[in-house]
Design a protein around this ligand. Structure first.
Ligand SMILES: [Zn+2]
Length: 229
């Protein structure tokens, strides 16, 4: 980790335009946000691509520029400068500091980025018949046609906060995959994923609840729910 920080500082110092445009505090927030939002970056590109995206998605770039109070060109240049070290050296983190939460609420929501951004646990269709026959032969079909849904996430640590739920569709069988389950093309069969209980329980279309929130805490949080969307 400290090696990564030294590399990052060295790269920033090597670029006078960036070094003069961004404070250390903003640089630190940039790193925290990128590390936290890595899943959004991963989902923005093919699962067969393992290098960092060449460019930030438009909404993420605009959000970061606003949160860091820097221009879009500087934000773009900062990503170009640091993308390799951030992608390869710093693992994705689910820890949410108060500063990251505040930035996401204040600047992320308007760009379709929630404090929690929920995706299916798979990039591929789970049905045995949905395999590629030529390119990537034998691999399960990659999900596509994303749809986003704004939601509220009741979290034990941060209370009710805005979230974005992402669903994607199999191009072959047309099943749609949600964070907790998938639904077949006829829409009449909901299948929950195997494995451990998810940390975010999908209660209704627009509501997720952290699995460690107690009923008592939930009652208090519902009274504090704000209209973020
Ligand atoms: Zn399928």
């Amino acid at each position: 980790m400290s090696e990564s920080v030294a590399s990052i500082l060295g790269l920033v110092a090597s670029n006078p335009a960036i070094a003069h445009a961004i404070s250390f505090s903003s640089l630190s927030l940039f790193i925290d946000l990128i590390v936290y939002l890595k899943p959004i970056l991963s989902w923005s590109q093919s699962p067969y691509k393992f290098s960092p995206p060449s460019f930030l998605p438009d909404n993420l770039q605009t959000f970061l520029a606003s949160a860091l109070n820097i221009s879009l060109p500087i934000c773009s240049e900062l990503w170009t400068l640091l993308r390799d070290v951030l992608w390869l050296s710093l693992p994705s983190s689910k820890s949410l500091s108060g500063r990251v939460v505040e930035s996401l609420i204040q600047f992320g929501v308007r760009h379709g980025i929630g404090v929690y951004n929920l995706y299916p646990p798979t990039r591929n269709c789970l049905r045995t018949g949905c395999k590629y026959l030529r390119r990537h032969a034998g691999d399960q079909r990659v999900l596509e046609q994303p749809i986003t849904t704004n939601a509220v996430y009741f979290s034990r640590e941060h209370g009710p906060v805005p979230a974005v739920s992402h669903s994607l569709r199999c191009p072959q069988c047309h099943a749609r995959y949600y964070p907790n389950y998938w639904i077949d093309s006829a829409g009449d069969s909901r299948t929950y994923y195997e494995g451990p209980t998810p940390t975010a329980i999908h209660v209704t279309t627009h509501v997720f609840i952290d699995d460690n929130v107690t009923a008592n805490e939930l009652c208090h949080q519902i009274n504090k729910d704000k209209a973020y969307w």
